[in-house]
Design a protein around this ligand. Structure first.
Ligand SMILES: [Zn+2]
Length: 272
């Protein structure tokens, strides 16, 4: 399947997480709750993702992702912008970039962003032999771990080029492939306003989702403040991906008394 295909054929009312082997995209589901603590700011909730949990976003929730860094020219500026807006992103680092700019990679982690990996030298993995592809993935993980002090759990395929063979390789390493819902196309020349409009139009169509950007690109460092300003004005929330099992589900406001608690179930005195 194309990793850039959107979920237009998916029932938007279906929030059920499912085990997916291909790169995960977001499911924008009307019933996913906002974190009650979310205020009028841009920062939204943290969502925990593991091998069996899809990314289920509420309408107007977005995930910011930056690929191909870290680079001295742009990554620090992007980090400052994210701090200024109080939001967290996921950085899919290229191993050799993390190795060359380890202090910046470490700063990304220190500032609380989520660390992902994106191979060691950014080849099209689908065109490599199995051994070479495995080496690229493993070297990338090792370099990013060494630079950031964190083991990455999320992976993005270079060029979004994946295959069944690669998906199995990623899954065997416990990595979670993350897809893209809205491509900013920031690797091609465009004004900040064109880039912002493109992302906002994509979000309006998709309802929310995972946004692809590149901290390698100077234009991305330049358009990010304007994008975050527009997201905030539009009532969007930036949610952070974290690896792990979701904490116990928050009790919904409309929880009915007949919903048995775990203790009731164990005691056998819950509603029959
Ligand atoms: Zn890339």
């Amino acid at each position: 399947m194309s990793t850039s295909s959107l979920s237009q054929d998916r029932d938007p009312a279906m929030p059920v997480p499912k085990l997916k082997r291909e790169a995960i995209h977001s499911v924008v589901a009307a019933v996913a709750p906002f974190q009650s603590a979310a205020g009028s700011g841009l920062a939204g909730r943290v969502i925990y993702i593991d091998q069996t949990h899809d990314i289920v976003l509420a309408p107007k929730e977005v995930v910011l992702t930056f690929d191909d860094g870290p680079v001295p020219k742009n990554t620090p500026s992007i980090l400052d912008t994210l701090d200024a807006f109080g939001v967290k992103a996921t950085f899919f680092m290229v191993g050799e970039m993390a190795r060359s700019h380890a202090a910046i990679g470490a700063d990304v982690a220190r500032r609380g962003h989520t660390i992902g990996t994106h191979s060691y030298s950014h080849p099209n993995l689908a065109q490599l032999s199995t051994a070479a592809a495995q080496n690229e993935i493993d070297k990338g993980v090792a370099a990013v771990t060494s630079a950031t002090g964190q083991e990455p759990h999320f992976f993005r395929f270079p060029y979004l080029s994946e295959s069944g063979r690669l998906d199995q390789m990623i899954a065997a390493r416990g990595l979670i492939p993350v897809g893209v819902d809205i491509d900013s196309i920031d690797y091609r020349p465009a004004s900040s306003q064109v880039l912002i409009n493109r992302v906002m139009a994509g979000l309006a169509k998709h309802g929310g989702g995972i946004i692809l950007m590149h901290d390698l690109q100077t234009r991305t460092a330049h358009f990010l403040p304007g994008l975050l300003t527009e997201l905030q004005a539009g009532g969007y929330k930036v949610v952070q991906l974290r690896y792990g099992t979701p904490p116990q589900r928050q009790k919904p406001d409309h929880a009915t008394p007949e919903t048995p608690t775990l203790v009731q179930l164990l005691r056998g005195d819950g509603p029959q």
